[in-house]
Design a protein around this ligand. Structure first.
Ligand code: SAH
Ligand code: DHB
Ligand code: MG
Length: 245
């Protein structure tokens, strides 16, 4: 604990930072750069665009990963030759489709979602994207569906993307570890939270969740981890990337 005291912000500091006009200009620039990246690399293809459109029309919140982040997930999956992928937090299935593109023949994804409507939109997006037979959506709280998956002998998974409710990140991480093969990768979204992650006294359960994750990965000698800050259309946030020994 003591050794980290130098990086703890005072209460109120983060909210002041958020209302700072200079920060808002930065966030406009980050979004413009993300749009540029999406355009120059041609990341916004029709299948993904129609998945996003269907999600928007159904009233789902616009909180999917960015196109650049989706391609990042696809690249990680390809780099490790992922055949079995677990996702916690489906929404409309945008990140799922990116990862599905990395699957070799015979590969599959299980994605967990608590909301019936989100799951229905995702299921129809998967059908339209041609992945209906390779992506399984399980509806329910991931705290219930994860132990069920484990009892069924699901996995072991090569890649897990944790992107559901943030207070439960520590629990999801434990389940992901239990179902990971050696050499597997676990990626956790939204771990920087506009910088609030450094506030040791922040009462927000999401901040507590990501701080607890960092303590868990730091204390676990069986994983090799880093946390990367990101900016872009999703604002200022980041990914934890964990390599399982
Ligand atoms: N991975 C998606 C975004 C997921 S948003 C993408 O990038 O495209 C987070 C999702 O987690 C939401 O759809 C929300 O309904 C779901 N969620 C929240 N709490 C959950 C829980 N306890 N179990 C499973 N899913 C949950
Ligand atoms: C939220 C959730 C996410 O997974 C994300 O990437 C951004 C925002 C949210 O619940 O607000
Ligand atoms: Mg997220």
């Amino acid at each position: 604990m003591e050794k980290h005291e130098h990086c703890q912000a005072a209460a109120g500091e983060i909210s002041a930072r958020l209302s700072n006009p200079e920060r808002n200009m930065s966030s406009e620039l980050w979004s413009s750069v993300d749009e540029y990246i999406e355009g120059v690399l041609g990341l916004a293809d029709p299948v993904l665009q129609s998945a996003q459109q269907a999600a928007g029309e159904a009233g789902l919140p616009a909180i999917a990963v960015s196109a650049a982040q989706g391609r990042f997930l696809e690249i990680i999956a390809r780099m490790i030759g992922a055949r079995r992928i677990l996702e916690i937090g489906t929404l409309g299935g945008y990140s799922t489709i990116w990862m599905a593109r990395a699957l070799p023949a015979g590969g599959s994804i299980v994605t967990l979602e608590i909301d019936d409507k989100h799951a229905a939109v995702a299921t129809s997006n998967f059908e339209r994207a041609g992945f209906g037979d390779r992506i399984e959506v399980r509806v329910g709280s991931a705290l219930d569906t994860l132990p069920r998956l484990y009892d069924e002998g699901a996995g072991p998974f090569d890649l897990t993307f944790i992107d559901a409710d943030k207070p439960n990140i520590p629990a999801y991480f434990e389940w992901a570890l239990k179902m990971s093969r050696p050499g597997a990768v676990i990626i956790v979204d939204n771990v920087i939270r506009d910088g609030a992650v450094i506030e040791s006294e922040n009462p927000d359960e999401s901040v507590k969740g990501v701080r607890r994750l960092n303590e868990m990965i730091a204390a676990n000698s069986g994983v090799r981890s880093t946390v990367l800050q990101t900016v872009g259309v999703k604002g200022y946030d980041g990914f934890a990337i964990v390599l399982v020994a």
